[in-house]
Structure formats: structure tokens, C-alpha cells
Design a protein around this ligand. Structure first.
Ligand SMILES: Nc1ncnc2c1ncn2[C@@H]1O[C@@H]2COP(=O)(O)O[C@H]3[C@@H](O)[C@H](n4cnc5c(N)ncnc54)O[C@@H]3COP(=O)(O)O[C@H]2[C@H]1O
Ligand SMILES: Nc1ncnc2c1ncn2[C@@H]1O[C@@H]2COP(=O)(O)O[C@H]3[C@@H](O)[C@H](n4cnc5c(N)ncnc54)O[C@@H]3COP(=O)(O)O[C@H]2[C@H]1O
Lengths: 149, 149
């Protein structure tokens, strides 16, 4: 069996389901998102709209960037702006049904995680580098043990 | 050849040298670190002391956590505190000479990156998940092409 087949067997368990993912909504005030990101400590999280579709990604740096004014560091933007005003709107996401394993791995070269959506764009969960590396670690131990040369 | 050997050939190029790494010093005021982290956009960076040894890791969340007071979000801590007052001091780091490839991969399961140091603890650069995944991606293409079954 090829490496690809060994990983394919394990890949069903890669998805971290939506229920375990920290997120914010696009219409939340920045104040709320600042608190969420400070407390959950994940560096970048998905942004969902009212229909649970993934519409952006958000990190603390996108928020603190608005706090840097000419004079000083200001907290005023936290009350004035919403998540949708600062979030990253250009990002990779995948539909498990349509995306091959090779395509997933290729995207994980430049993305620490990939939001997974269904055919209607509704958020299903995250595919993370950690899950992939765990599987690779397992596979190379298994493979090298049986096929050592 | 085993997967391990194929990766070992490429692993010389994994280290991102210290000259290309964004960092802060442990005695910098938080104000400075806040600006650095907001501008470079890396989510977590190494903290070095005067002797260029890695003494901690720093993210924006460690700084914003100090800004959450009972009343409101305050910028006062940015002037009052230093990087060493909030940085993460418990973290994994590796010495390339001493660490096997398996040990590196195992550590990358729970670490997005690993600071690399020499025998005196002086910062050499970072080993990142991105570099590992690029190598794995290359190796599986090569391996499966030659040893398909
Ligand atoms: N609370 C925690 N418990 C245990 N380990 C933790 C952790 N927070 C971070 N890590 C470790 O640090 C890595 C980088 O986390 P980061 O938050 O920068 O980057 C994360 C974050 O942006 C996002 N992410 C992961 N899990 C998430 C969740 N439950 N909710 C929201 N975003 C998540 O996916 C990125 C990659 O995650 P990955 O698991 O591959 O890699 C994680 C994981 O290995
Ligand atoms: N300016 C940029 N240009 C291109 N791609 C970018 C980028 N900033 C982030 N990325 C992509 O996002 C991933 C996660 O970045 P993050 O800053 O959360 O997490 C980073 C950051 O905490 C640290 N890191 C990487 N390069 C660094 C550098 N030059 N200076 C300081 N820290 C660095 O190592 C972690 C893992 O990095 P890795 O390369 O595996 O994975 C990176 C990379 O694939």
C-alpha cells in the first residue's frame, strides 16, 4: 500500500468538528472579539455570519492594527468598529467531498488550518496541520517498520 | 530507501536562519512588543536576552491579557511592563546536533515551530511546520511515484 493509502485510512478523523471551534460573528463589535481572542489564545479563528457560513478569519493583529493611531495606542476603535471591518476575507477553505488528500496537503503548506464547509458553504470544522502531522508521524513509524530497507 | 532517509536528505534546508526571524528582547517595554507583533503579523515570536539566548516566546494575547482590567480595556500596562513580565518561559527548543529527525517530528505535533539553539543556548533559527510539510509533500510524491503498488 502506498503512503497515500495509509493516510487515507486515518484521514476520516482529521476534521475538528465545528462544535469545538472558537469563532466570532461578523457583526460582533471589535471589543467582544478582542476579549474572545485574548481568552481562547488561538492565534486566528474563523468568522461566521448568521447562517453559519465562513465569511472571514480574524486574529488579534488585525484588531491591534486599528488601535495604532498617530498619537498613541487607542482603544476607541474597539467600540467603533465591527469584526467585518477588519477581518481577512481572502482565505483558502475546502469541501471534504470535493478535495483530494493531495490537494489538502498542498494547501497546508501555506495554511496552518483550513476551514471545512459543505456544499452550501456552511461551516463544518477545521482541518489543522497538527492532525496531519500526527497522522504522518504514525504512518512513517508503521511504514518504515514493515518496509525498512 | 526509507521515508526517513528521503526526508533526511532534505532536512538540511529546514532551518530558517536567525537573521530572518522577527524577535523581541526580554527587557523591551510591552509598548514596543505590541507594535512589533502588530506589524510583523507572526502570531508568536522568540524572545532573546542580551547574549542572544532564547529565553521566552511572546504573542499578542499575552500582552492584551494584561490590558483587561475590571473597568475597561487599558493601555497603561504597555508603559508599565516589560516583555519578561508576560512572556511564556516554558517551551520546547532543540539543538540540531543532538535531536533526531523523529524527535523533531514528534515535537512538531504540539509546536507550530521550534527554536533551534547551539550548545551554548545561542539562537540559531526556527524549525517550522511549514518546512516539514513541504518536505513531506515532496517525499510522498517521489516515493509513491517510484514505489506505487
Ligand atoms: N489550546 C490549545 N491546546 C492545545 N494545543 C494548542 C492550543 N492552542 C494552540 N495549540 C498548539 O499550537 C498550534 C498553533 O496554534 P495557533 O492558535 O497559532 O493556530 C491554530 C488556530 O489558528 C486554529 N485552531 C486550532 N484549533 C482551533 C479551535 N479549537 N478553535 C479555533 N481555532 C483553532 O488552527 C491553527 C492550527 O492549529 P494546530 O492544532 O494545527 O496547532 C496548534 C496546536 O498544536
Ligand atoms: N509573513 C508570512 N509570509 C508567508 N507565510 C506566512 C506569513 N505569516 C504566516 N504565514 C503562514 O502562516 C503560518 C502560521 O503563521 P504563525 O505566525 O501563526 O506561526 C508562525 C510564527 O509563530 C513562527 N514564525 C515563522 N516564521 C517566523 C519568522 N520569520 N519570524 C518569527 N516567527 C516566525 O512560526 C510559526 C509557524 O510558521 P510556519 O511557517 O510553519 O507557518 C506559517 C506560514 O505558513
Amino acid at each position: 500500500p502506498s503512503i497515500k493509502h495509509l493516510i487515507q485510512e486515518k484521514s476520516g478523523s482529521f476534521l475538528i468538528p465545528a462544535s469545538r471551534i472558537a469563532f466570532v460573528q461578523d457583526d460582533n463589535p471589535l471589543y467582544h472579539a478582542f476579549l474572545i481572542l485574548t481568552k481562547v489564545k488561538y492565534s486566528k479563528i474563523p468568522v461566521l455570519d448568521k447562517d453559519k457560513k465562513v465569511v472571514g478569519l480574524l486574529s488579534l493583529a488585525m484588531i491591534t492594527d486599528k488601535m495604532l493611531t498617530n498619537e498613541e495606542i487607542s482603544t476607541a476603535p474597539l467600540d467603533q468598529l465591527k469584526v467585518k471591518d477588519v477581518m481577512q476575507t481572502k482565505f483558502d477553505k475546502i469541501n471534504f467531498v470535493e478535495t483530494t488528500l493531495e490537494a489538502q496537503l498542498h494547501l497546508l503548506i501555506n495554511n496552518a488550518f483550513l476551514p471545512v464547509v459543505d456544499d452550501r458553504g456552511v461551516f463544518q470544522g477545521l482541518l489543522t496541520r497538527r492532525e496531519w502531522i500526527k497522522a504522518f508521524n504514525y504512518v512513517t513509524h508503521t511504514y518504515d517498520k514493515h518496509y525498512k530497507s
